[in-house]
Design a protein around this ligand. Structure first.
Ligand code: ADP
Ligand code: MG
Length: 261
C-alpha cells in the first residue's frame, strides 16, 4: 500500500486526570475509507474533534503528522486549509446563509455544478433548497445533509464523518454509503464514524474503539464480527473482554435476581 499522508502516533488525551483517548495509532491513505466502530461514549467523537483541532482537544501526548509535518498544534483553520474537514454528529446552524452558498463555500471558488452535484448527492434538490436559508426551519436531518453536502463539495483530503447515518431523514443507509464511496473515488480519505454495521461494508479498513483505545484494526468484516460478538449489545453482556478488567456485571444481576426469588 502507498505511504499514508496522515498519521496519528501514540495519541493520548486527558480530561482532568482521566484519559479519554489513549494509545491511538492510525494511518490514512488517499481514496481509502477507514471506519471507526464503537459503543456510545467510547471516544469516537473526541477523536474526531482532536483530529480536526477543535478548541479544548489538544493531545496530552502523541502526534498528528500530515505530509511529514507535525500538525499536532495546528489550529482548526490551518487544518481546514490543509484539507481536513469534519461533518459534525450534531451540526451547528449557520444562520442566514442560503444553502447553495454555504455548500459553495466548501467548494472554494463559486462552482454551480459542484454545488448542484453535492446537493443532489444528499437528496436536496437545488430548486427547493438552493436558496433556502440555513436556519431553524431546517430539520435536524436536513442540517446534517447540508453539512454532508458541504464536505462532499469541498473534496477534502480527509473527510471525517461523525455518524453521518444518524438522524438523516430521506436518505437511506445505502445512499449514505454511496455518498461515502463517491468521496473516496475522487481521492478523499474518509474517517467514517458509525455504529451501523451496514455501513462498515463500504470501508477498506476498520478499527474498533473501546473505552478510549483502539482495540482492533483489520478488515471491516473482522471488526464487525468482533464488535457484534464482544462489544455490542450492552455493558452487562460484554462478558470477559481482553481490553477491560473482568467485571462480572451480568453475574451480579443474576445473583440479585436469585436473591429476590
Ligand atoms: P462517542 O462519540 O464514542 O459516543 P465521545 O467521544 O462523545 O464518545 O465521549 C467519550 C467519553 O469522553 C465519554 O465518556 C464522555 O463523557 C467523555 N468526554 C467527552 N468530552 C469530554 C470533556 N470535554 N470533558 C470530560 N469528559 C468528556
Ligand atoms: Mg459521538
Amino acid at each position: 500500500m502507498a505511504k499514508p499522508f496522515l498519521i496519528i502516533d501514540q495519541l493520548l488525551l486527558n480530561k482532568g486526570n482521566q484519559p479519554i483517548l489513549q494509545n491511538i495509532n492510525m494511518s490514512f491513505y488517499p481514496g481509502k475509507i477507514h471506519v471507526l466502530l464503537g459503543l456510545n461514549g467510547s471516544g469516537k467523537s473526541t477523536l474526531a474533534y482532536t483530529l480536526m483541532g477543535c478548541d479544548g482537544y489538544l493531545p496530552t501526548s502523541g502526534r498528528i503528522v500530515m505530509d511529514d509535518k507535525d500538525i499536532t498544534h495546528a489550529s482548526i483553520t490551518e487544518r481546514a486549509r490543509l484539507g481536513i474537514s469534519l461533518a459534525w454528529q450534531e451540526p451547528v446552524r449557520f444562520e442566514g446563509l442560503p444553502i447553495g452558498k454555504y455548500v459553495g463555500l466548501g467548494a472554494g471558488e463559486p462552482n454551480r455544478e459542484k454545488v448542484v452535484a453535492a446537493l443532489e448527492a444528499v437528496s436536496l434538490p437545488v430548486k427547493t433548497y438552493g436558496y433556502r436559508s440555513t436556519d431553524q426551519t431546517l430539520s435536524g436531518g436536513e442540517r446534517k445533509r447540508v453539512e454532508l453536502a458541504a464536505v462532499f463539495a469541498m473534496h477534502p483530503r480527509l473527510a471525517i464523518l461523525d455518524e453521518p447515518d444518524s438522524g438523516i431523514d430521506a436518505l437511506s443507509i445505502t445512499d449514505v454509503g454511496e455518498l461515502i464511496r463517491q468521496m473516496a473515488q475522487t481521492g478523499s480519505a474518509v474517517l467514517l464514524i458509525t455504529h451501523r454495521p451496514e455501513l462498515v461494508a463500504v470501508a477498506d479498513v476498520a478499527s474498533l474503539m473501546c473505552l478510549g483505545s483502539i482495540v482492533f484494526t483489520g478488515t471491516p468484516k473482522m471488526a464487525n464480527e468482533y464488535y457484534e460478538s464482544r462489544c455490542h449489545p450492552h455493558l452487562n453482556s460484554l462478558g470477559a473482554q481482553p481490553w477491560i478488567p473482568v467485571v462480572p456485571v451480568a453475574q451480579n444481576l443474576d445473583s440479585q435476581e436469585i436473591a429476590k426469588e
